[in-house]
Design a protein around this ligand. Sequence first.
Ligand code: 5GP
Ligand code: MG
Ligand code: MG
Length: 184
Amino acid sequence: MDDKDMGPDLEKVLISADEVQARLAGLARAIETDYDGKDVLLVGVLNGALVVMADLIRELHIDTEMDWMAISSYGAGTKSSGVVRIMKDLGADIQNRHVLVVEDIIDSGLTLSWLLSNLRSRGPASLEVVTLLRKPDAAKVAIDVKYVGFDIPNEFVVGYGLDYAQRFRGLPFIGTLAPHVYSS
Ligand code: 5GP
Ligand code: MG
Ligand code: MG
């Protein structure tokens, strides 16, 4: 990825497209091994997990089913509060199913923590999480995330499904924004 592909709104590439794909392949091999002989239901959290999901299902050499949830967390500014509302619920009944939640990024972990207790109350056979990215603050909340792509510094990142004001989701890499984007 050379600089001209980044455009003026990006500051730097944190994780290149090749690195993302290679890591996803590694996660897929681990998931295939762990779910060997089991029916796995991938549950994506809209909208950010869209790109991770699309690449992960094509990388996985096991049969999977897919479902989606949309949740919104109430909070002031950019920090999530842990108070969550379901905007779109699952179509599937997950009782006795092996559920693997697919996430883009875990920051405070509050949203995911709420989601996991909500899903756990529905009686799945198992419940695990795969996330492409995790930030250091996530360590403050006791959630066990089985599959983590990259632990990243506490910076705001975009690309690969992650947005700033709904922009930049289509970038094939993870990058940080130039300061002028925030101030304009
Ligand atoms: P948490 O409850 O873990 O703090 O919130 C996670 C959600 O916050 C993510 O699903 C994502 O929507 C948003 N988020 C957290 N960190 C970032 C970031 O660095 N970039 C972007 N684009 N969104 C983020
Ligand atoms: Mg997310
Ligand atoms: Mg967002």
